[in-house]
Design a protein around this ligand. Sequence first.
Ligand SMILES: Cc1cc2nc3c(=O)[nH]c(=O)nc-3n(C[C@H](O)[C@H](O)[C@H](O)COP(=O)(O)O)c2cc1C
Length: 426
Amino acid sequence: MKKRYTLEQKRWDSPREHAMPEHTRVPASFTIGNVKIAPATVLAPMAGVTDTVFRRFIKNASQFTAEVNAADVTEETTNQQSGCGLIMTEFTSADGLSRMRETKRKRYLTYYDDEHPISAQLFGSNPETLADSARIVQDAGFDLVDLNLGCPAKRVVACNGGSGLLKDLPQIERIFRAIRAAVTIPFTVKFRMGWNDKHIVCVDLARMAEDCGLNACALHARTREDGYTGQARWEYIAAVKDAVSIPVIGNGDIRTPEDAAAMVEATHCDAVMIGRTAPANPWIFRQIAQYTASKEATGVGTYDHPTDQDRYRMIRTYFQMLVDEIALEEAAEAARAEAIIASGQIAREQRHRDCVGKMKQFASWFTHGVPGGSTLRKQIFESKNGDTVLAAIERFFETRAENPPLAATESEPDEELLTAGAAYCD
Ligand SMILES: Cc1cc2nc3c(=O)[nH]c(=O)nc-3n(C[C@H](O)[C@H](O)[C@H](O)COP(=O)(O)O)c2cc1C
C-alpha cells in the first residue's frame, strides 16, 4: 500500500558548515509591496507539512519554553515574537481551485488571524486559470500570492506546472502579466535556477518578474535536475540580487543561524527562507532572532537550544493543535447540509487516520537526535491510534526525567521528514 507521507529522500548531502560572519545579520525587516515582514525570515512552503496547524505551530514555537504555556500566548504576542516573519501555504493547484465548490476551496485556503502576514502559493500553467485563482486567494484575505516555478514532481511538470515552466519563459511572462492584472495584493514568484545546468534562467526570470510588476522573488538555488542533491549554489542568489531591485529571498540549505547570516553575507539577499530545518527544529526562527539580537548587543552571537522539556511540550502542543483542528473542522461540517452529514462517517474516519499519521510523522521528526529516540520512533510507528502515540511519548519522557541521559545531541532532520510531502516530489 502507498504510504501517505513517504516519497523520495530529500536530505542534505554532507552539509557545509558556515561560521557566523563578522558583521552581517539577517535583516530586521523587509517589505514586499505594501506588506512589512519582520524579521526577514520566511517559512518555505512544504506540501504535506505547512498546513494551518504547522504554520501556527511555527509561529508559536518560540513560546513553548518551560516558562510559557501555549495557552497563554495571545495572537499579538505570537505575531511580534515568533521570529518567523512570513508563512506560506503549501502549493495549491490553480486548476483545482478554480473548479472547486466554495466550501471545498475554503478548506484548502484555511488560515487563522494569527497567521498574518500569510502568502498563498499557486501552481499551474494556464494564465487565465492562474489569474482566476489569484483572485480567489485575494478575496480569501491572503496578504500575498505566490507562483510556484520550482516543483520538480513529474505529474506537475507533465502539465507544464512548477519547474516545467522554466523551459518556457514566454509562457511565464504571459502568466506573470495575467496574475498581475488580476490582483492588487503583492505578487511573488518562487523558482529554481533552471531546468538543468545547460539551461539556467534565474537571472532572466527575475528581471522578467520585475518588469511584469512582481513585488519579490525567492530562489531555491538548485536546478530541477539537481533535485535536492549537492549544495545549494548561493552564488546564483547573489547574481539574481545583483540583477533586480525588487526584494530577493534566498533559499537552500539553511540549517543554523550561522548559515542564515552566511547566506545574507554571501548573496546580500533581503530575506532568508527556511524549509527542511523547520519541522526538525521549529526553534530555528527564534534562534536566528536571538543570534542576531545578541550579536548586535554584545558582539557575540548566542542562542538557546531546546531542552527535553521544551521538546516534550512541543510534541504535546502540536498534537493538541491537530486534535483541536479536527474538532473545528467537524463543527463546521456538522453545520453544513444533510448530505455531507450522511457521508460524514467516512470523512471522520479518514480525518482521524490522517491525524494519527501526522502525529507519527511529527513525533519522529522532533525526536530525532534525542538519545534513545529510535526506540520511541519504533513504538510510535507501531501505534494504532492517537492515544497509544501519546502514551508512548509520556512513557518515554517520564523515563528520561527519572534517568536523564548523559548528553543530548542537536536535532537532525530525519529521513521521514525529508520524505514528507507526497504531493511535491515523485
Ligand atoms: C516535503 C517538502 C515539500 C515541499 N513542498 C513545496 C511546495 O509546496 N512549494 C514550494 O515552492 N516548494 C516546496 N518544497 C521546497 C521548499 O520550499 C524549499 O525550496 C526546499 O526544501 C529548499 O529549502 P531548504 O534547504 O531550506 O529545505 C518542498 C520541500 C520539501 C522538503
